[in-house]
Design a protein around this ligand. Structure first.
Ligand SMILES: N[C@@H](CCC(=O)N[C@@H](CS)C(=O)NCC(=O)O)C(=O)O
Length: 203
């Protein structure tokens, strides 16, 4: 299996961490759509990451679809329940963070991809507020005991920890251990695991 994309992308990173968590070997091509478009497009003509090449040669894109496929084909995995309310709950809590990450990535692009004079501050503020609203929901749920621990991890925990670290690194005005202590603590325990350490944020 091959994973395409840099771990700076939280979507790529949650796939890489999950592969490590499940002890599935893979090759990592650390490519950026911004600077390596010609190398990314053969895997995804839209020049987006992550993409995964399965051992069968099939190419999958989008972290949600990639993870669904990986988990579905890994017997005995415990990151995502097979069906029912428990499954919906893990997907919903993962989805809150991935939605916040969509907004955080858009805010980062708004800040970094435009000439300074073309940044539209009201739009940037809206994106930042949307990302913050998502991480605030996660903070409340973590503080309420609705997230797990390293020993009983689910996809929601991995996604929350990856999301915290990404937003903390790229939009530090949105999130910190002071503003989101429960989520920061969860992220810190997951970042200490080998699965996370093998996917360094900037690699
Ligand atoms: N919904 C997608 C989001 C992927 C995404 O936004 N990837 C970003 C990197 S973080 C990307 O490839 N951006 C390049 C672009 O949109 O031009 C997923 O979950 O994989």
């Amino acid at each position: 299996m091959i994973l395409i994309g840099r771990y700076l992308s939280p979507f790529v990173r949650r796939v890489g961490v999950t592969l490590n968590w499940l002890e599935i070997p893979f090759e990592h091509l650390s490519l950026s759509p911004g600077t390596d478009g010609a190398k990314v497009r053969p895997y995804n003509p839209m020049n987006k990451v992550p993409a995964v090449v399965l051992d069968s040669g099939e190419i999958l894109i989008d972290s949600a679809l990639i993870l669904d496929s990986l988990l579905e084909t890994t017997p005995g995995q415990t990151l995502l329940p097979a069906s029912g309310l428990a499954r919906r709950d893990v997907l919903q809590r993962s989805g809150i963070m991935t939605s916040a990450l969509d907004k955080a990535v858009a805010a980062l692009y708004e800040k970094t991809k435009r000439p300074q004079e073309k940044i539209h501050q009201p739009f940037l503020d809206t994106l930042t507020e949307q990302a913050l609203a998502g991480v605030n929901q996660i903070e409340t749920l973590v503080a309420d005991g609705q997230f797990g621990s390293v020993s009983e991890a689910t996809l929601a925990d991995i996604t929350a920890a990856v999301g915290y670290s990404f937003i903390r690194a790229t939009l530090p005005e949105v999130i910190s251990s002071e503003s989101h202590p429960a989520l920061a603590s969860l992220a810190s325990s997951f970042e200490a695991t080998d699965a996370f350490k093998a996917c360094r944020l900037k690699a």
